[in-house]
Design a protein around this ligand. Structure first.
Ligand code: SAM
Length: 262
């Protein structure tokens, strides 16, 4: 696997840890085990496909007969990785390179269309088109589920450091929407039985200390070739370490979830 793809795969797995409780709650609430056809928009390297395949498509033989799981993403390297992963655990999963503004499935194909940290990468107009497409490929009564959309404009960071500026800047230059979370209310306006909520992770000093190395490993690897950032990163890491070890760091990022029925 390409080094950057491995880095992203590890990151996506880490993000899944952050939202595990929310997913478990939604899986139960919407009775995911009752459904037989699922589509993930922006499936990336397959981290969440793996979970859905193992939890809800329990027997591989079912795939293609009475159970269907599909994933699309416009990043071909991520799709290659998804295919490799699925080949091992659930070979019948359909994985396609496609843009979610034009989903390569007919109307009314799926009972559940879901996404995770995904809408934030689509600017408003594109996002509206994606949601329209999600609705088109859903069966009547099927669920559109957005497991996690962060809202960086609502981020509480204590003590205030340049980490905010640094992260927001890197998200923005990569096309991320800093207020994605709150926009779920618009995305889901055309659906029925809509529920939207916002959560974060419980604060514990111990968790922050445990995740410090993973977080910084990710930033440093990602920015390894950006020489102009090295000095700033060293300073920022030291500030972050001080606050974390003194037990005075609070990082509270609102992450929204929402779902609605066609
Ligand atoms: C943060 S990743 C999340 C990956 C996966 N959902 C997970 O949680 O492991 C977002 C993914 O969405 C994909 N993506 C963003 N906009 C897209 C679009 N319009 N069509 C297809 N893929 C898209 C990106 O290529 C990336 O793989």
């Amino acid at each position: 696997m390409h080094k950057t793809t491995t880095l992203w795969h590890d990151r996506f797995k880490q993000q899944l840890q952050w939202t595990k409780n929310t997913r478990d709650f939604i899986y139960r609430k919407l009775n995911f085990s009752n459904y037989t056809s699922f589509l993930e928009l922006g499936c990336g390297t397959g981290a969440l496909l793996e979970e859905v395949a193992t939890r809800f498509i329990s027997s591989h033989q079912h795939l293609g007969k009475n159970k269907m799981l599909a994933g699309i993403d416009h990043n071909t390297e991520f799709i290659d990785q998804s295919r490799l992963l699925m080949k091992e655990i659930a070979p019948g999963v359909e994985i396609k390179v496609a843009d979610a503004t034009s989903i390569p499935y007919p109307e009314g194909t799926f009972e559940v269309v879901y996404c995770h940290y995904f809408l934030m990468w689509n600017e408003d107009q594109k996002r509206a088109r994606v949601v329209q497409e999600a609705k088109r490929v859903l069966k009547t009564g099927g669920w559109f589920v957005c497991f996690a959309e962060p809202d960086y404009l609502g981020w509480i960071l204590e003590p205030e450091t340049k980490l905010r500026e640094f992260l927001m800047h890197s998200l923005m230059v990569s096309g991320g929407d800093l207020s994605s979370g709150r926009k779920l209310v618009r995305d889901l306006a055309g659906f029925k039985d809509v529920v939207i909520d916002c959560c974060s992770q419980p604060w514990t000093g111990a968790t922050l200390q445990q995740t410090f190395a993973t977080e910084w490993n990710f930033y440093e690897n990602l920015l390894a070739d950006k020489e102009e950032m090295v000095e700033a990163l060293v300073e920022l890491k030291q500030q972050d370490l001080d606050a974390t070890t003194r037990g005075i760091k609070l990082s509270f990022l609102p992450v929204f979830y929402g779902y609605g029925r066609k």
